[in-house]
Design a protein around this ligand. Structure first.
Ligand code: DGP
Ligand code: NA
Ligand code: NA
Length: 210
């Protein structure tokens, strides 16, 4: 009897502007993968539970001011502090579905005027996503989803700059999905096959780095 080496899990990332539905879709994807017998786990950046994450939480809630460069490096450090656990889970065969990752770091920090290359540098060496699902919404649909929350960045002109930055990033492992006028279920049924094929494709491929 031949023993098959455990296949690695895939690193799947959801990106897009605030309120596009990433968090809901990430949860549904994890559920569906598990129901299909694929080990999967939800992750979320910023991870506000760590010491660095608590600083980011205060910054986002506008109860603390920080230099833009310093904040960028904290967001990046918040990803780096999870790398060993991410790599372990992936190598054990667990697919990670991640709500925001490195491209958020670039799109948001560059929207404050920091150079894209400077923003990318601190994430260089992080595990590279097998697939980024980039969810988009038309401007009117975005505005019609009700008011933004009270957090920093949750404001139209800033989000538009974020969107422009995202559009300039487009990687070969990105898949752009228009979420306009789609129900949660419709969008999920569009995303799931993309994720399922990425999971299958990742099995025999090494995990790369950014
Ligand atoms: P979330 O909890 O996923 O809604 O993220 C909170 C906010 O932080 C959201 O407006 C996006 C922003 N954000 C996420 N990652 C980064 C990052 O690496 N750098 C910067 N500047 N902002 C980020
Ligand atoms: Na948010
Ligand atoms: Na997140």
């Amino acid at each position: 009897m031949s023993v098959k080496k455990a296949c690695r899990g895939a690193l799947i990332v959801l990106e897009g502007c605030d309120r596009v539905g990433k968090t809901t879709q990430a949860k549904l994807l994890v559920e569906s993968l598990k129901n299909n017998g694929k080990p999967a786990q939800l992750m979320n950046f910023p991870d506000r539970t760590t010491a660095i994450g608590k600083m980011l939480d205060q910054y986002l809630k506008q109860s603390q001011e920080l230099d833009d460069h310093a904040v960028h490096l904290l967001f990046s450090a918040n990803r780096w502090e999870c790398v060993s656990s991410m790599e372990k889970l992936l190598q054990e065969g667990t697919t990670l579905v991640v709500d925001r990752y490195s491209d958020s770091g670039i799109a948001f920090s560059a929207a404050k005027g920091l150079p894209v290359s400077w923003c990318a540098a601190s994430d260089s060496g992080l595990p590279r996503p097998d697939l980024v699902l980039f969810l988009t919404l038309g401007g009117t649909e975005l505005s019609s989803r009700g008011g933004y929350g009270q957090e920093r960045y949750e404001e139209d002109s800033f989000q538009q700059r974020v969107m422009r930055n995202y559009n300039e990033l487009k990687r070969d492992y990105w898949n752009v999905v228009n979420a306009d006028e789609k129900s949660v279920e419709q969008l999920h049924s569009e995303l799931l096959p993309l994720v399922t094929s990425a999971v299958a494709a990742a099995e025999d491929k090494p995990l790369l780095t950014l």
